[in-house]
Design a protein around this ligand. Structure first.
Ligand code: DLZ
Ligand code: SF4
Length: 520
């Protein structure tokens, strides 16, 4: 009985359960580059190129290992497509190859799972959905953990549970070093007298000829998409990705922790690993990330604050958001707790703005399809939150523009954590800050025409203006949240001093100027 094993663009791990039991004399792997995946949100050119280049490298590797691969490569000419979507291309291939069963690992996108299930049903074929072994906590294990917590899901409790269960960075029953969380040590910033050394950043990889072909294809076929293709420096194979991880552990992990939240104009990576894209496509196994980081700590090659911060991202945050995604989808995507309805300003695609922090972060997005987490959360996310952008719009933009943003990862991080659209499932309070935070953590403000301390008038910093406007709009709602106590007390003081009307007037002017429509 012939099986067709579907391998999606973000499922490129060699040890995938999709390939378990594969009979080389009978079965075939099915992979397809399709128009719909690149355009259902109009995706960054580099994102499309990265997915296609990694998919082609994986195809070549499978073929070298004697797997039969039915692979659909797009060309510049749309008339040559065998279909627009997974469903259309799959339908044609089922007619041709006559499989008796379809197999897939649980897709990272609910939309894709539903589409494949619907197509299998209309073809009258069984679809076997297998577990994704790239996650250390299965969806069933997550649900069992979450069911025992009717009061709410705290990432920190989940993280401790995972550390204990998998015995990572543990000293018997206690956390290594005595503390679960060393975030307090991870808030250093750079300054003009102590800037980051130049030349920081992860290892870079030259595109091979297969990648060059993909770059030409994307440049020709998706010419009107956002982003640039000039900086293709990521590894496309597991071998390269492993080297990238090891270089990070040896070179950047020691200082990763202390400068985790710092930003510096023109330095897009600092001590960050940038492994999120190859990790989310399956080129790196999270177990390797944990193993190498913990070994570095045990050898004394990296301090605990760095290693713990990294472990928390991989074992805590990544697993947690994936569990939340599958627990609450599809209803989760429709949440809009703050009733926010504004659009994103055009500069979220072009980077053309006088706001130095936004322009700096957007240049990195346009060049690399990447910014590190503080630029996402506290510069681009913060402005969108305070402006009252629809949380699903923000997620869509994030999927369009970031290489690492597969649906399971993006939705809880953007709609939930960044935009507080889920009303506190992922975060316990909205991540909102004024320009003062950006001023403390970066040098952006010294190169900006705005003043982070001013909240009214032409020179007022828009991050600050919208921060106060946001708090004023939601004062009643946030009064009940004890973690917002100080911020609510501050906005009240500002109201009492009569300072709010000028700020709100400036917020309205900026909203009009940016053409984003109404906020909540
Ligand atoms: C992001 C992306 C793009 C641009 N193109 C493809 C594609 O042509 N074929 C494919 O299998 N996957 C692609 N992806 C990833 C998907 O949009 C989606 O994230 C995954 O299928 C979810 O498992
Ligand atoms: Fe950003 Fe405001 Fe600082 Fe300008 S002044 S860089 S807009 S935070």
């Amino acid at each position: 009985m012939r099986h067709l094993v579907i391998v999606l663009g973000d499922q490129l791990n060699r040890d995938s359960l999709a390939l378990k039991g594969f009979k080389k004399d009978r079965d075939a792997v099915w992979m397809a580059e399709v128009e719909e995946e690149a355009t259902y949100f109009k995706q960054h050119k580099l994102r499309i190129a990265y997915f296609f280049a990694c998919m082609r490298a994986f195809r070549d590797e499978l073929e070298e290992r004697d797997f039969e691969v039915v692979y659909h490569a797009l060309t510049v000419d749309r008339a040559e497509d065998r279909g627009r979507s997974f469903r259309e291309v799959l339908r044609n291939d089922v007619e041709e190859h006559e499989p008796k069963r379809l197999i897939v690992v649980q897709p990272g996108d609910h939309r894709v799972l539903v589409a494949l299930q619907a197509e299998a049903e209309s073809l009258g074929l069984p679809l076997e959905v297998r577990e994704d072994r790239r996650f250390l906590c299965s969806t069933e294990e997550f649900d069992a953990w979450a069911d025992g917590r009717p009061g709410g899901l705290l990432m920190e409790s989940f993280y401790r549970h995972m550390r204990k269960t998998l015995d990572v960075l543990m000293d018997g029953d206690e956390p290594a070093g005595g503390k679960w969380n060393l975030d307090h040590d991870n808030r250093e910033s750079f300054s003009a007298s102590d800037p980051p050394p130049s030349g920081l950043g992860p290892s870079r990889f030259e595109p091979d000829w297969v990648t060059e072909e993909v770059i030409d294809l994307v440049a020709g076929r998706f010419a009107d998409h956002p982003g640039r293709l000039e900086h293709f420096t990521l590894p496309v194979s597991a071998k390269g990705a492993k080297r990238m991880l090891q270089d990070f552990i040896a070179r950047d992990l020691p200082k990763f922790g202390m400068y985790e939240d710092a930003m510096w104009d023109g330095e897009d990576f600092l001590y960050h690993s940038r492994i999120s894209a190859p990790l989310n496509l399956g080129l790196i196994d999270p177990r390797d990330c944990l193993k190498h980081a913990v070994q570095a700590y045990e050898k004394g090659a990296a301090p605990l604050n760095s290693v713990e911060g990294f472990v928390r991202q991989i074992l805590g945050w990544r697993e947690f958001v994936r569990g939340v995604y599958w627990r609450f989808m599809p209803e989760y995507a429709e949440r809009n707790h703050l009733d926010a309805h504004a659009d994103l300003p055009a500069f979220y695609w072009t980077g053309e703005t006088d706001m130095a922090c936004v322009a700096g972060a957007m240049r990195s997005v346009i060049d690399h399809g990447y910014t590190h987490h503080i630029q996402r959360l506290m510069v681009l996310g913060n402005l969108a939150l305070n402006l009252g952008v629809h949380p699903l719009r923000f997620h869509e933009w994030h999927v369009e523009m970031y290489l690492d943003s597969v649906d399971w990862a993006s939705l809880p991080n953007t709609l939930g954590m960044s935009q507080y659209g889920d009303g506190g499932v992922v975060g316990t309070k909205p991540y909102c800050a004024s320009g003062n935070y950006i001023s403390k953590m970066s040098n952006y403000c010294s190169n900006c025409r705005y003043d982070p301390k001013q909240s009214a008038g032409e020179n007022a910093c828009p991050q600050t203006v919208f921060y106060w406007d946001f708090l004023a709009r939601h004062e009643d709602r946030f009064r009940k949240n004890h973690r917002m106590k100080f911020q609510i007390a501050n906005v009240r003081r500002k109201r009492d001093k009569g300072e709010l009307p000028a700020t709100q007037c400036r917020a309205d002017e900026l909203r009009d100027e940016w053409g984003v429509g109404g906020a909540a």
